[in-house]
Write a protein that binds this ligand. Structure first.
Ligand code: HEM
Length: 169
């Protein structure tokens, strides 16, 4: 489906550019779903409260280290039904338009949100569309035998290693 959108919006004779993203809701939804599903950084960096904070029934004293769980938001089943399943329709409305979610937090939130967000999102769009414009991806093993469940690796949670063939289109 992403390749159909690439053919329709970009074609084969020019490189993708960022303006294309607005006309490519399915591709945008796939990229959001990849980031939600892989949950690359399950937590924020450690922060500390600068004053006593009352949060729900808790008092968090000044200086306490606070680490936010991003997984708890990205895998919230009230917002994303079947969060363990990869499903781009989490970011699409009934008419196939891109649907924003307030639970899309892979870069964290607040004043210390990732400073590389803009660069990362630009690269993800340009790299994915350029690859799929020029190659079909094929797994040497049956897809049902391919486990892409992210593996905890220190601070990050990364997909396991697997092989993929890039076949020129
Ligand atoms: C898909 C790619 C990326 C993801 C998912 C990501 C995610 C994050 C997250 C979750 C944080 C912690 C924010 C917090 O503590 O509340 C962070 C911080 C940060 N990121 Fe990224 N990041 C990505 C790419 C990048 C890139 C490309 C750069 C630089 C060009 C970058 C630079 C930083 C820096 C400098 C911080 C620390 C910000 C601070 O503490 O004020 N990140 N990132």
């Amino acid at each position: 489906k992403v390749q159909e959108e690439i053919d329709c919006v970009i074609g084969r004779h020019r490189s993708p550019c960022m303006q294309d993203r607005h006309s490519m809701p399915y591709t945008d939804a796939v990229l959001h779903e990849i980031q939600r599903y892989i949950d690359l950084l399950p937590t924020s960096l450690p922060h500390a409260v600068t004053r006593d904070v009352k949060f729900r029934d808790y008092l968090i004293p000044k200086g306490t280290t606070v680490i936010a769980s991003l997984t708890s938001v990205l895998y919230d089943d009230k917002e994303f039904p079947n969060p363990e399943r990869f499903d781009p329709s989490n970011f699409l409305d009934e008419s196939g338009k891109f649907k924003k979610s307030d639970y899309f937090f892979p870069f964290s939130t607040g004043k210390r949100i990732c400073v590389g967000e803009g660069l990362a999102r630009t690269e993800l769009f340009l790299f994915l569309t350029t690859i799929l414009q020029n190659f079909n991806l094929k797994s040497p093993v049956d897809l049902k035998d391919l486990d892409t469940t992210p593996v905890a690796n220190g601070f990050a949670s990364v997909p396991p290693k697997f092989q993929i063939c890039f076949i020129p289109v």
